[in-house]
Ligand binder design. Structure first.
Ligand code: CTP
Ligand code: MG
Length: 236
């Protein structure tokens, strides 16, 4: 556990409290097996080792707080300051984790445990762009496919692709702006940036990472496990 005294400027929140219905296994998604350890271990370990991050709060699945604390201990993740029970929605889980962040914190990064392959490069891009001209920064991937709006199986509109990006996590925010955004209505918030935008905050986009895919289905889990294996071979 992080020491008292200097609380550190940059905090990371890991949203890991989802049930993982679409994965459909006997445990919450954060505890699905990936490369021989729980999925959550990957992002927790990577964020703990990132020099730009001072402290971490994990929003764990309800009833899984204890295994989450044990996992942090096993990983010797010394920056983990708190582990809280998540809520019914992602936004409520993030709100519970945010409540643990002290006033003195300047920047808060919010990350999905479901995107295990987070690395220092994307965090550097995010924090580098948080330069006082914007309140938040998100990683985005240009949309290459044609995008259509569909109702009852029939296309109602082909959306102009220009300027469209698919947004990932981690997302970085000025701590006070994120707090303000979370003090309001959390309904329909699929990501944290949308709440900051709703409160008039400017959100910049930096280059995302195709490896930050979100594990939703068993196929995604196999895909990410494959990417992780390639890393291990490269490291030898
Ligand atoms: N999340 C959370 N609390 C919730 C719901 C989601 O912390 N009440 C987190 C998940 O753990 C995940 C991220 O938000 O890391 C993105 O959510 P998603 O991929 O939809 O995960 P689940 O909600 O667990 O999956 P599903 O929608 O298939 O049930
Ligand atoms: Mg979900």
């Amino acid at each position: 556990m992080a020491g008292s005294g200097d609380v550190g400027a940059t905090w990371a929140l890991i949203a890991a409290a989802g049930s993982g219905d679409r994965l459909g296994i006997d445990r919450p998604k954060a505890f699905a097996g990936l490369g021989g350890r729980p999925l959550l271990a990957e992002s927790l370990d990577r964020l703990d080792r990132c020099e730009l991050i001072d402290a971490i709060v994990v929003a764990a699945p309800r009833g899984w707080e204890e295994p989450t604390i044990l996992l942090a201990e096993e990983l010797a993740a010394s920056k983990v300051v708190a582990c809280v029970a998540g809520g019914d929605t992602r936004a409520e889980s993030v709100a519970a984790a945010l409540a643990e962040v002290p006033e003195e914190a300047l920047v808060v990064l919010v990350h999905d445990a479901a995107r295990p392959l987070v690395d220092d490069a994307v965090i550097e891009r995010l924090l580098g762009r948080l330069d006082g001209t914007v309140e938040g920064v998100v990683p985005g991937i240009e949309v290459r496919d044609t995008v259509k709006r569909v109702e009852r199986g029939v296309v109602t509109e082909t959306v102009a692709r220009e300027g469209l990006v698919a947004v990932q996590t981690p997302q970085a925010f000025l701590a006070d702006r994120l707090r303000t955004a979370f003090s309001g209505d959390l309904d329909d918030a699929t990501d944290c940036a949308s709440l900051v935008e709703r409160h008039g905050g400017r959100v910049a986009v930096v280059e995302g990472d195709p490896r930050l895919v979100k594990v939703t289905t068993v196929g995604d889990l196999e895909h990410v496990a494959g990417l992780l294996k390639v890393d291990e071979v490269d490291d030898r």
